[in-house]
Design a protein around this ligand. Structure first.
Ligand code: CMP
Length: 137
């Protein structure tokens, strides 16, 4: 069984889409093994997105992620990392097809509702990082 880290971003919570988004993962067999609604401290936001620190959208990204509570979750299942990314759809909203979370609901590339780990090493790092902040480690 594989685990992945998922975050429903503040825009997803604000728009009341948490239930709909969770249902998409559960419908495909992914199980929630941990979940917590938290305000993201800037320090955690910067650590989580450290690979994007030099990107032009970094400040906008940190502002978005700290603008309200997020639902941080660990999901488990066969091929969980790839499956969650397929359910989310691509980051760029103009590429996200109907049937994916972003294709159906995202309004911009920054406000794209969800984050999911992109590969096994990232999943391991993100789960460890978030579990300690969520006091679930
Ligand atoms: P996420 O999957 O959480 O990973 C990095 C995030 O940066 C991404 O979702 C978007 O929210 C944001 N992002 C990526 N590319 C851009 C971009 N070109 N412009 C603005 N935000 C971006």
């Amino acid at each position: 069984m594989e685990k992945t880290f998922i975050m429903i971003k503040p825009d997803g919570i604000r728009r009341g889409l948490a239930g709909t988004i969770i249902q998409r993962y559960e419908q495909k067999g992914l199980k929630i093994t941990a979940a917590k609604l938290i305000m993201v401290p800037e320090e955690l936001a910067c650590k989580h997105y450290e690979e994007h620190v030099s990107k032009p959208f970094f400040q906008e990204l940190i502002a978005n992620i700290t603008s309200g509570p997020v639902l941080a979750m660990v999901l488990e299942g066969p091929n969980a990392i790839r499956l969650a990314r397929l359910i989310n759809g691509p980051t760029q909203i103009e590429e996200a097809l109907p049937g994916t979370i972003r294709g159906d609901f995202a309004t911009s590339t920054t406000e794209n509702l969800v984050h999911a780990s992109d590969k096994p090493e990232t999943a391991e790092r993100e789960i460890k990082l978030w579990m300690s902040y969520m006091n679930l480690a």
